[in-house]
Design a protein around this ligand. Structure first.
Ligand SMILES: NC(=O)c1ccc[n+]([C@@H]2O[C@H](COP(=O)([O-])OP(=O)(O)OC[C@H]3O[C@@H](n4cnc5c(N)ncnc54)[C@H](O)[C@@H]3O)[C@@H](O)[C@H]2O)c1
Length: 243
């Protein structure tokens, strides 16, 4: 049974990805800074899910978490870098504390977990899959989220390409998904309920992205026979931006 490690899997998109991967025959490790939330989601999913508490921005915590995962389920086949902080703050009002906290989870966390996972795959001479959750904001600057968030996600797209290039000879693929607004509570939590309603109503397709669409794309990217798909950034953005 393949194992998937999903960062930020306690709720929202990460929890949806975890549920979908279990339906596809995976065992999932839900790794979230909110350990209680991760446990709740794992309990809800059942036997095929375990929860661990993890701050993706901490080097020692990432190494310890990977040790625990390896001991409990073996080295995962799939890593989904989904943990992120989203904030809507005006450019001129962003404090350096806020900037650093977002970059440290969204960018540093994605780099750190990916690098340490890839090191372990290489040491074991194994292939694997990495899927990064990027964002439309990382491509076009976004509409409502702040410069820190948009820049961190743009960097996640760049990391996707660099990791894909360097790991291609080793059977490790690295892809990203760049969602626009998704039908999730986090949108209203980030930009306010009224703004979220307006944003959803003005989407070209008339509907926000479904988390399930993203989850199915993760599973597709992770297929063992999808080895030629690497370095791709797939848009699911309701027609807001076409490259
Ligand atoms: N919601 C959207 O419309 C949307 C759009 C584009 C991209 N995304 C991306 O999708 C992903 C999931 O977003 P969501 O809407 O489910 O958000 P969410 O806030 O509901 O979930 C994020 C999860 O990440 C966890 N987390 C935060 N900091 C962490 C850390 N340091 N270490 C480990 N876990 C941490 C949180 O506890 C939470 O469970 C993010 O990468 C986000 O940028 C979301």
């Amino acid at each position: 049974m393949p194992v998937a490690l999903i960062t930020g899997g306690g709720k929202g998109l990460g929890a949806c990805i975890a549920r979908h991967l279990v339906s596809e025959g995976y065992k999932v490790v839900i790794a979230d800074i909110d350990g209680a939330q991760a446990q709740e989601t794992a309990d809800e999913i059942g036997d095929q899910a375990i929860a661990i508490t993890l701050d993706v921005s901490s080097e020692s915590a990432v190494e310890e978490a990977l040790d625990v995962v390896e001991q409990r389920c073996g080295l995962p086949w799939l890593l989904v870098n989904n943990a992120a902080i989203m904030k809507a703050e005006k450019l001129l009002e962003i404090s350096m504390g806020s900037f650093d906290s977002i970059v440290s989870v969204n960018l540093r966390g994605t780099f750190l977990v990916s690098q340490r996972f890839a090191r372990r795959l290489r040491a074991a001479d194994k292939s694997g899959r990495i899927v990064n959750i990027g964002s439309l904001a990382g491509q076009n600057g976004g509409t409502a989220t702040g410069a820190h968030y948009a820049a961190s996600k743009g960097a996640v797209h760049t990391l996707t390409k660099v990791f894909a290039r360097d790991l291609a000879p080793h059977g490790i693929t690295v892809n990203a998904i760049a969602p626009g607004p998704l039908d999730l509570p986090s949108v209203a939590e980030t930009i306010g309920a009224e703004n979220a309603k307006r944003a959803f109503a003005s989407l070209p397709t008339g509907e926000p992205g479904r988390p399930e669409t993203v989850a199915r794309m993760v599973a597709e990217m992770a297929r063992p026979d999808a080895g030629a798909m690497t370095g791709s950034i797939i848009d699911i953005n309701s027609g807001l931006y076409m490259r």
